[in-house]
Design a protein around this ligand. Structure first.
Ligand code: PLP
Length: 397
């Protein structure tokens, strides 16, 4: 069946599933095997040559993982998806596929801390030129494009301050300059339920599937989605030869299980987050809330245009800055003090000293991450309980 026009729940439950003709299992079996048996030498050779379909070795593909990849492709509206063993595995496998010494990458200055470290301290060691700019102003992107530019990389909403960038505008500018430039969007904060950047002109999506796609805080994983040719390149170069960042079949199974409730989880998370953002925004002890659904967000109009909901991530500054924020984090009982996001549990953290401690201090200021910023990932608990916990914590300040 073609699931292209079906709803989110239908896609998440059915797309990509392969009928088990041997035993009739309802759910996707875990093919816990490193390698696959060839009938004879000719068959092994043909599989390596790519002239005969079939599995070879789990670093190149595995039946459990293939079902998951097809499901994510359906959710993203992508031709193909590749699963990796972490979000950083997805991002680094893409960069190892498309860059070389002398290549130029434009990236937003506000990124997940380890992505920022990969770009500013990692790739530059191998002769890749990296320009970190504010991509929410299209003039900055146009000014940064050069003949050797191979990619424009962004997160929207960005981690940790929920900055919004106009994907359509950037894709248009980059492709008008050079149609070979890959516009790469980290869609982790939004998830495909909230935003489908490929339909806005982006070429490649990367995810930390550790977050909303798995959704239960028990797996580390990543995905790359895009055109089939490109995904094959990332599989055969980025993952097979350069990073070896392969998702294991057990983890693939857990994500398949998590995806069954993807739509209901995302609906609930987004509606809870909107109420929590309103609560914080009207609280006298809060200086500022960063949530794309609030009219006070500087790019609320762009968010409305490209997101079908506003997600479940937000950040805020408590009046009194870092010490007041720390006091709040230390006093919460239901909201859990931990990095990561997109889990069933509400998680809260301090980016400057945790997820973004990889940044140089000056770069962090330029990236719009103040020392007092607190990041909140709203979970599946009842909204009244989350708000009560935050209210009690704020009272103590
Ligand atoms: C936006 C974003 N991209 C990528 C990553 C890296 O993902 P992983 O931890 O699965 O390697 C993270 C992790 O927090 C993230 O928040």
């Amino acid at each position: 069946m073609d699931y292209t026009t079906k709803g989110w729940g239908t896609k998440a439950v059915h797309a990509g599933n392969v009928k088990d003709t041997q035993y009739g299992a309802l759910t996707t079996p875990i093919y816990q095997t490193s390698t696959f048996i060839f009938e004879n030498c000719a068959q092994g050779a043909a599989r390596f040559e790519g002239t005969e379909p079939g599995y070879i070795y789990t670093r190149l593909g595995n039946p459990t993982t293939s079902v998951l990849e097809a499901k994510i492709a359906a959710l993203d509206g992508a031709e193909a998806t590749l699963a990796t063993s972490s979000g950083m595995g997805a991002i680094s496998s893409v960069f190892w596929t498309i860059t070389h010494s002398g290549a130029h990458v434009i990236a937003d200055e506000t990124l997940y801390g380890c992505t920022w470290a990969l770009l500013s301290h990692g790739l530059t060691r191998f002769g890749v030129e990296v320009s970190l700019i504010d991509t929410s102003d299209i003039e900055n992107v146009k000014a940064a494009l050069k003949p050797n530019t191979v990619a424009v990389y962004l997160e929207t909403p960005a981690n940790p301050n929920l900055k919004i960038t106009d994907i359509e505008e950037i894709a248009k500018a980059a492709h008008e300059y050079n149609s070979d430039i890959k516009v790469i969007c980290d869609n982790t904060f939004a998830s495909p339920y909230v935003q489908r950047p490929l339909s806005l002109g982006a070429d490649v999506l990367v995810y930390s599937a550790t977050k909303y796609l798995n959704g239960h805080g028990d797996v580390i994983a990543g995905f790359v989605s895009g055109k089939t040719d490109f995904i094959n390149q990332v599989r055969m170069v980025g993952v097979k030869d350069m990073t070896g960042s392969v998702l294991g079949p057990q983890e693939a199974f857990l994500i398949l299980r998590g995806l069954k409730t993807f739509e209901v989880r995302m609906e609930r998370l987004c509606s809870t987050a909107a109420k929590v953002a309103e609560f914080l925004n009207s609280h006298p002890k809060i200086e500022r809330v960063y949530y794309p659904g609030l009219e006070s967000h500087p790019n609320h109009e762009v968010a409305k245009k490209q997101m079908r909901n506003f997600g479940a991530m937000m950040s805020f500054i408590v009046k009194g800055g870092k010490p007041a924020g720390e006091k709040l984090l230390n006093s919460l009982e239901l909201c859990t003090l931990a990095v990561s996001l997109g889990s069933d549990q509400t998680l809260i953290e301090h980016p400057a000293s945790m997820t973004h401690s990889t940044y140089d201090p000056q770069a962090l200021v330029e990236a719009g991450v103040p020392a007092g910023l607190v990041r909140l990932s709203v979970g599946l608990e009842n909204v009244e309980d989350i708000i009560e916990d935050l209210a009690k914590g704020l009272e103590l300040i």
